[in-house]
Write a protein that binds this ligand. Sequence first.
Ligand code: GUN
Length: 282
Amino acid sequence: MSAEVIYGKQLAEDLRQEMKEEVSDLHHRGIRPKLVVVIIGEDPASMSYVKGKQRASEKVGMDSDLIELSEDTSEKELLDLISRLNKDESVHGILVQLPVPDHISDQKIIEAIDPRKDVDGFHPENVGKMLTGQDTFFPCTPYGILVMLNRVNITLEGKHVVIVGRSNLVGKPVGQLLLNENATVTHCHSRTKDLQSHTKKADILIVAAGKPSLITGEDIKEGAVVIDVGVNRVDGKLTGDVDFESAKEVASHITPVPKGVGPMTITMLLHNTIKAAKRIHN
Ligand code: GUN
């Protein structure tokens, strides 16, 4: 068997085409959705991510600003900037690229962003709303995975979803979102004993551990859906957390790296920014 490859990139392009029309409609109503991305320091990977976010915003016709701050920016300076952006009515979405330098508390920064402008869905108020099944901004990577599974008609109700990785950005929230869809969810992590005994039981296996080739075909149940969230650079080449070649012989569906989950993350950021603009003006 060779799995059907789920190209998030193609789906992302389709969704962004729809968003372009939505943004244009909003412009006609005098609403200009605007995203502000803040980056501290010059980490090349983070810089490449934020440039991608900004380019994508502009491509759908959205206003976007990139604020680049030096590595030695103080926590107070960053909090003051967020306070100004919170008050600025032309700004609908605020994203501070993580990680921030060690002398700044990422949690303090997340909590300083107005929850109505928290297009990352990281603010505790929005996390709480997601946990209790309310409408809110969902974190972009988990939300992108949910949309991708829906688009390829994968039923979630009653399915056993196994997640490898328990980060606040991906592992924990994706489990919650899929639990809200009535899946049965198991969370695995670096201290899990006998990882394979869990992954082998998954109908849907989501891997977000940051370890190249952590999962191979031998760890996957025949016919499982495999979602690879890993972004690792090995010998200059981007690879996921799943060994694609062996996994695709066992899985029914699999996402590649690149062109899989990554483009969906940015697309859901655009979705959340449009949602923020519509909410503020309604
Ligand atoms: N760093 C890596 N992924 C993300 C993300 O989705 N949002 C933010 N703010 N920082 C990140």
